[in-house]
Design a protein around this ligand. Structure first.
Ligand code: SAH
Length: 238
């Protein structure tokens, strides 16, 4: 096998079992069998080498042989705070945010947001982030958090050093993205955009307005562009 396949597990020990979705994927799709080597991720940023020891009816047993040194996590913490989008657009944003290195994605509903969230959708988003993390070889999947109101979502961004709010109706010059330092929280609205009141609230909480140029970008484009630019200025790209 070229590159060992990657699996998330709850806990690492000498013997580990893959169950449920990870088990079915390993057995039915990848057709792994005893003796095959895989990489296990425990979500804390560590990666381990393991060998399949036995395939049972509903689980696959693995023997962990050692810890790997992998350096695919970004140095700077980036948190994307984004309005809930229609259809599968939020999934797209979560996937791209994972690839670009976000440590957390906060999704919120707001005044002009017309999509709705439920438990299944949130679970699905968590799976999307795990799949994206495996594919891009991160050792950690970003935490996915849902907040029913913008205020709660903005509070999630308070611990970050640079707090930037992409505002489509910004009147004065925005904060330059090139001055971004340390950790950052980046806010992008849903398809409906933001209200003046929402922007004032964010400013009172310490967020600075940012312009993403003369054109109005779709929310998913704005989120990916903003994260990419932040990652660039934080030295994470290239
Ligand atoms: N419905 C709104 C546009 C919303 S765009 C309107 O017609 O005006 C969705 C989100 O993307 C916005 O809330 C903002 O966070 C971001 N965005 C899009 N274009 C932007 C720009 N030129 N500058 C800053 N933010 C932008």
């Amino acid at each position: 096998m070229a590159t060992p396949k990657r699996f998330f597990v709850e806990e690492i020990g000498e013997e580990v079992a893959l169950t449920e979705g990870e088990f079915r994927h390993a057995k039915n799709v990848l057709r792994l069998a005893a003796g095959d080597e895989v990489t296990l991720l425990d979500g804390t940023g560590k990666a381990y080498t393991a060998i399949v020891s036995r395939v049972e009816k509903s689980r696959m047993l693995l023997h962990v042989t050692g810890e790997q040194t992998q350096d695919t996590e970004p140095m700077s913490a980036m948190c994307l705070i984004v309005g809930l989008l229609k259809g599968d657009k939020t999934e797209l944003v979560v996937q791209k945010a994972t690839e670009l290195g976000a440590e957390k994605v906060v999704i919120f509903s707001s005044a002009y947001c017309s999509a709705y969230m439920n438990e299944n959708k949130l679970e699905r988003l968590k799976r999307v982030s795990q799949e994206a993390a495996k594919q891009c070889r991160r050792t950690r999947a970003p935490e996915i958090v849902y907040r029913e109101h913008l205020k709660g979502a903005l509070e999630e961004g308070m611990p970050y050093e640079s707090k930037l709010f992409a505002c489509e109706f910004l009147k004065e010059n925005g904060a330059p993205m090139s001055e971004i330092k340390g950790s950052c929280a980046l806010v992008v609205g849903s398809e409906g955009g933001f209200s003046e009141e929402e922007f004032s609230m964010a400013r009172e909480m310490g967020y600075r307005g940012v312009s993403l140029g003369k054109r109005i970008l779709r929310a998913e484009t704005a989120a990916i562009a903003m994260l990419s630019v932040a990652a660039y200025f934080l030295g994470e790209l290239g």
